[in-house]
Design a binder for this molecule. Structure first.
Ligand code: 1GP
Length: 241
């Protein structure tokens, strides 16, 4: 129990950097899974995240079952909605959208999710999810009806992350939004990291090796990449270190 979070902590202690490949069931066909996961297995990816902002019910579970046939990597749900919770995965990021002020995404959906979670063996990892403005409206904004924190409001971002930690969250996720024009800046990553004790996840708009390395060098413990792999699988080779 709770081995995924403990392993994340242990890796960080050993100075390792973690990489999650994000698979959005809404954009991914089952037929593609085996070839794609083979590439994930050969890459330096350490985790597979599964989730999206708008996914049809059942699609997540079907996809997770298929992914599991091809890999031993931990599969972690990164759900946009309660319907995406499935016992077939290993863990669940129990996301609270702490950059926003919509009670549904701070506590409402979580209460709704309990009847599903209590019947699973999922490792539940409370995660403070912070959406940061990147120049265009993101799916998260549309779905949740919340505004991201402007990127120049650095103290607000740091204080939000720290508040999440002090509320007992185990991870902080700085999100620029899937397909963001630009990733979270090095300055934001570095200042948030300095303020935190818990691990820091960074994602959104990372499309090349330099941006990935910048995120790590600035203090990201785990980086999430989805779109760049979705659009061009040769990105796996480009990233190899
Ligand atoms: C989105 O942070 C993830 O929630 C990944 O973003 O698709 O832009 O890599 P990309």
């Amino acid at each position: 129990m709770n081995s995924i979070y403990r392993n994340i902590q242990a890796s960080i202690k050993n100075g390792e950097k973690l990489l999650a490949v994000l698979i959005d069931p809404d954009k991914f066909s089952i037929e593609k899974v085996s070839g794609f996961i083979e590439k994930v297995n050969q890459s330096q990816a350490t985790h597979i995240f599964v989730g999206g902002s708008t996914v049809n019910e059942q699609d997540t579970e079907i996809l997770v079952i298929e992914i599991k046939k091809h890999t031993n990597l931990p599969i972690i749900l990164f759900p946009g909605d309660v319907t995406q919770i499935t016992n077939k995965a290993h863990a669940l990021l129990f996301l609270s959208l702490i950059s926003g002020r919509n009670p549904e995404y701070l506590i409402g959906k979580h209460v709704e999710a309990i009847s599903k979670i209590k019947n699973t063996n999922l490792e539940v990892i409370p995660t403070g999810y912070i959406l940061i403005e990147n120049g265009k409206e993101t799916a998260v904004e549309k779905v949740t009806g919340t505004k991201p924190i402007p990127r120049e409001q650095i103290q607000e971002i740091i204080d939000t992350a720290k508040a999440g930690e002090l509320l007992g969250m185990k991870l902080i996720y700085l999100e620029a939004g899937s397909g963001a024009k630009a990733p979270i800046t090095n300055q934001i990553i570095s200042l948030v990291k300095q303020a935190l004790v818990i691990p820091l996840i960074v994602g959104g708009g990372i499309r090349n090796k330099e941006q990935l390395e910048n995120a790590y060098n600035s203090g990201a413990d785990l980086v999430v990449i989805g779109t760049a792999f979705e659009e061009d699988e040769s990105f796996f080779e480009e990233l190899r270190w």
